[in-house]
Ligand binder design. Structure first.
Ligand code: OGA
Ligand code: MN
Length: 286
């Protein structure tokens, strides 16, 4: 579908997601184009811009047209030693080791569904990934629609959890539940409402995920575990998911307020490298 300005937005044959072609993201966008991209993003939740050719700084400049680019914490001896010119807003998402050291957090293999930074008070609203090197199979990113997940819940469960909050913990394990045996003063953690309302669309979304949500506050552990399992199962239903099969040059931008995402497995002896930016949030989810 062409928008008023002639942007070519093609919704996928999937529950969410659209592709925007005909734009060179190295060039600054005019205000109307930014507004049209945002409108398409609110409608489709995940936007794919294929065939781009972006330097790290050009990716930051593109991101900055939609809000304030976030700055990742840079763990360990890091990426900066290996890539001294990398802008501070760019994080490397990769399984590649340089001199045996991962480039930041190791992004190997499968990763369960999660919403980026749900363990802080004001998570970044958007995450953008740009594909540089890809394995021969797998390493696809799955995107699940949390509006549809909310809509799919039985009314009894919605009523039961209406005013509840869930605790999210950053316990980076990729394919394991977060441990509650951690010192919460030492790891990122925050309790957000189980259901949140998207500030732009006004739609309600489920805001829990298998990788980072540790418990529903105020319930006994068995009840919390049972209800969370019900919510995870509903939120990971294949009917809610768009699976992105990457090509080099794809830039993908998703909305952490209404999308959870996961990664499929890929061979550990093949290289995968994407660059990542985010857009800073302005309010806590509610
Ligand atoms: C991320 C992430 C998924 C992927 O960068 O936040 O979850 O497919 N990446 O690498
Ligand atoms: Mn993520």
């Amino acid at each position: 579908m062409a928008t008023r300005l002639g942007l070519d937005v093609r919704g996928f044959d999937a529950p969410l997601g659209a592709e925007i072609t005909g734009l060179d993201l190295r060039k600054p966008l005019d205000r109307e184009t930014v507004a049209e991209i945002l409108a398409a993003w609110y409608r489709h939740q995940v936007l794919v811009f294929p065939d781009q050719d972006l330097s790290p700084q050009q990716m930051v400049d593109f991101t900055g047209q939609f809000g304030e680019p976030g700055k990742p914490r840079m763990p360990s001896r890091t990426v900066r030693d290996i890539l001294p010119n990398l802008p501070p807003e760019v994080m490397i998402v990769s399984n590649i080791r340089v001199d045996g050291k991962p480039m930041g957090l190791p992004h190997d293999g499968e990763m369960w569904f999660h919403s980026d930074m749900c363990y802080v008070e004001v998570p970044h609203t958007a995450t953008l990934l740009y594909a540089v090197e890809l394995p021969s199979w797998g390493g696809n990113t799955l995107f699940a629609d949390m509006y549809a997940a909310y809509d799919s819940l039985p009314a009894s469960l919605r009523n039961r959890l209406e005013d509840c909050r869930a605790l999210h913990i950053h316990d980076y394990k990729r394919t394991d539940r977060p441990s509650l045996d951690v010192d919460l003063d030492k790891v990122g953690n925050f309790a957000h409402p189980v259901f949140i309302t998207h500030p732009e669309t006004g739609r309600k979304a489920l805001y829990v995920n298998r990788l980072m949500t540790a418990r529903i506050e105020g319930l006994d552990p068995a009840e919390s575990d049972g209800l969370l399992e019900e919510l995870f199962t509903a939120s990971e239903d294949r009917s809610l998911v768009y699976e992105h099969v990457w090509k080099p040059g794809d830039l993908v931008m998703w909305d952490n307020r209404c999308i959870t995402h996961a990664r499929t497995d890929f061979p550990e002896n093949e290289r995968r490298l994407l660059r990542r930016t985010t857009i800073v949030g302005t309010q806590a989810p509610r």
